[in-house]
Design a protein around this ligand. Structure first.
Ligand code: ADP
Ligand code: MG
Length: 625
């Protein structure tokens, strides 16, 4: 029942609904529909929502006699007393959204509950009710918002271009659609469908519906649980990153949030796997004990506070890192991949990519080109169904989730996902660990790439990238070790450095000796090296040092750990030589070294060391299957 909140309850609630742009209206309307337990919601917009927004749901509807009340300030059916604030389960509760929206736009509400025969239509402009009459309509609620800020032209000046407002809306609705996987959500802009989810709770399915098969096919499943924490979702393979954090979506205990802790966890897990300025794509659903979490219910804040940031960060980083060790994380050559080198990108993917990745330049995107095929998912079905799956591995272990935390929404999503796969056959790909033991090396091509194979895949390994990875990790290991493994040179090496480098000796000298060099000042900007790290050969040790000295002429801040690491990374690159012909023993030695690395699949700069092609893909190319 909708009722006006008591003044003192109303005052307790953070004041001021902020309706600053179309996206905030849509967010409120969507949240109302979700609170009304709708299972299907359609959002339509025109001109980035400035001229037209319509949200239609099949939720509980508003009783006719209460419909008018819904537009009054502090009118809500969701709480009554101040104590209720501590146990809010709905998304809205302030009873302000509709009141604020109708103050700045022309609004029409059509609503009907299941028990009543007739629905109700209310037209309201600038808070003034123009019409309130019975109407025949389906169950649920439709709210249309036209001409935003028609009565406050000054505020419409602050709105961005249609395309920029559209982008904001697509972004927000995508996030909601992904985190409410069991609700069917359609988004239509102009006359074209932007996306439409199926509402069957399948996360991968929804990722494909929303972001397209290009994004979807490089996703790796993440699944992990530990002492009350359950993490589920998908992350991109290192080969498929994004230029921004736009496609990082976090849902904690059923709420979409932004979280620097979770962002850091991702960065940590992808460390050295991505080029600078690239970000992983991630859709992560975290369920955790509610008492370890402070959900800030302030209207504009989407941040949550964890009691223990480190606990969350470590758990998530570890889970994602493990996922990235799976075979599927190795960049894959696929037949469709080869074709698409030539073939035009699908038009709708272009539009979506543009929306997400280009800064707004006032360009109008033509949504009429967006037309999604219903069976976008077929590529996946094929790929994942072909994998020989152990049926035991396929079933999601729900029991452990139940023990862990009881969060209604997360659990329904998870449960539906495992039980309701009937309408579509996509299943989360089974994560299979990559095993160096299964790898047989065959030889090299172009003096650069090692050929290797295991039971169902063929691999190309970039000799130089692999060597660089090994070199880098050994160096870091040595740097952090108490005991340094050194070798004494018969003839000391001589380094002549710039005066600037010599004058900053106190900063770099101990760092260089931590790496295993024995180095001392010899006078006149010259240094003598008597010992070098044991794992380097003379050439490598020399190139590495001279490169470091060269880099140091730009006065890097070596007290900063990141800067130091970058400098080491760059110097490793030049120290390792490529293009040498390796015999089979050298190949095996390199693979063995690579196997002991923490991050064997990429070089320290984020380039892949491995590329994989499955037997199935090869057979497809030969038209055997
Ligand atoms: P709040 O969501 O904070 O309660 P709103 O102004 O958003 O406040 O909505 C006021 C009331 O109108 C809600 O409490 C709810 O009872 C009713 N309402 C709004 N939208 C819907 C909807 N789509 N379906 C059913 N009821 C709705
Ligand atoms: Mg609301």
């Amino acid at each position: 029942m909708i009722k006006i909140l008591d003044k003192h309850v109303a005052d307790k609630i953070a004041a001021g609904e902020v309706i600053d742009r179309p996206v905030s209206i849509i967010k409120e309307l969507l949240e109302n529909s979700l609170d009304a337990e709708a299972t299907s919601i359609t959002v339509e917009i025109k001109n980035g929502g400035k001229s037209y927004i319509r949200v239609t749901d099949n939720g509980c509807g508003i009783p006719s006699e209460e419909a008018e009340l819904a537009f009054r300030r502090h009118a809500t059916s969701k709480i009554t007393a101040a104590e209720d604030l501590d146990a809010i389960e709905t998304l809205g509760f302030r009873g302000e959204a509709l009141a604020s929206i109708c103050a700045v736009a022309r609004v029409e509400l059509i609503t009907k509950t299941r028990d009543s025969k007739m629905g109700r239509r209310i037209v309201i402009e600038g808070s003034e009710i123009l019409e309130n009459s019975p109407v025949g309509c389906p169950d649920g609620t439709t709210i249309t918002v036209k001409d935003l800020f028609y009565n406050i032209p000054a505020r419409s000046k602050f709105l961005a271009t249609d395309s920029a407002e559209t982008r904001r809306i697509v972004d927000m609705v995508s996030r909601i659609a992904l985190s409410y996987g069991d609700v069917k959500i359609n988004l239509i802009s102009g006359n074209s469908k932007v996306f439409s989810t199926r509402g069957n709770g399948n996360i991968l399915n929804n990722i494909i519906s929303i972001y397209g098969s290009e994004t979807g096919k490089d996703m790796i499943p993440v699944e992990s649980s530990m002492s009350g924490f359950v993490l589920k979702g998908f992350v991109s393979s290192p080969a498929a990153s994004a230029p921004s954090r736009n496609k990082q979506i976090f849902c904690v205990n059923g709420r979409i949030i932004s979280s620097s802790v979770l962002e850091k966890a991702l960065d940590e897990a992808y460390k050295e796997k991505l080029f600078h300025g690239r970000f992983p794509i991630a859709f992560l659903f975290l369920a955790m004990p509610p008492e370890k979490l402070d959900v800030n219910v302030h209207p504009t804040k989407k941040e949550v506070r964890f009691d223990d940031d480190h606990e969350v960060l470590d758990f998530v980083a570890k889970a994602v890192r493990e996922a990235l060790m799976a075979k599927d994380a190795v960049p894959q050559i696929r037949e469709e991949g080869l074709k698409s080198l030539k073939a035009e990108q699908k038009p709708e993917e272009k539009v979506i990519e543009k929306l997400y990745e280009k800064p707004d330049q006032g360009v109008q995107y033509d949504f009429s080109t967006i037309k999604r095929e219903e069976n976008k998912a077929s590529v996946f079905e094929e790929r994942h169904n072909k994998l020989d799956k152990d049926p035991k591995e396929q079933t999601v272990e729900i029991k452990s989730f139940d023990d862990a935390v009881d969060i209604k929404k997360v659990l329904t999503t998870l449960k539906r996902e495992s039980h309701e796969n009937s309408d579509i056959k996509i299943q989360a790909p089974v994560r299979r660990p990559f095993d160096f033991d299964d790898l047989r090396t065959i030889g090299t091509v172009f003096n650069t790439y090692i050929l290797a194979a295991d039971e169902d895949s063929f691999y190309l390994i970039d000799q130089h990238a692999a060597h660089e990875r090994v070199f880098y990790e050994r160096l870091l290991e040595q740097y952090n070790a108490e005991e340094k493994n050194r070798q004494t040179l018969l003839m000391p090496l001589n380094f002549n450095v710039s005066a600037q480098v010599a004058s900053t000796e106190d900063i770099w000298l101990d760092k260089v000796s931590s790496m295993g060099y024995d180095i001392e000042f010899f006078g006149n900007n010259t240094y003598l090296v008597r010992e070098i790290p044991a794992f380097m050969d003379l050439d490598e040790a020399e190139t590495f040092l001279s490169d470091m000295f060269k880099e140091m002429e730009d006065k890097p801040d070596l007290t900063n750990k990141r800067t130091l690491e970058k400098l080491i990374t760059r110097s490793c690159k030049s120290a390792v030589k490529g293009g040498d012909r390796l015999d089979i023993n050298e190949i095996d030695a390199l693979i063995k070294d690579l196997r002991s690395c923490i991050n064997p699949f990429s070089c320290p700069h984020g380039r892949p060391t491995f590329i994989r092609m499955t037997k199935y893909e090869i057979e497809k190319m030969f038209k055997r299957v």
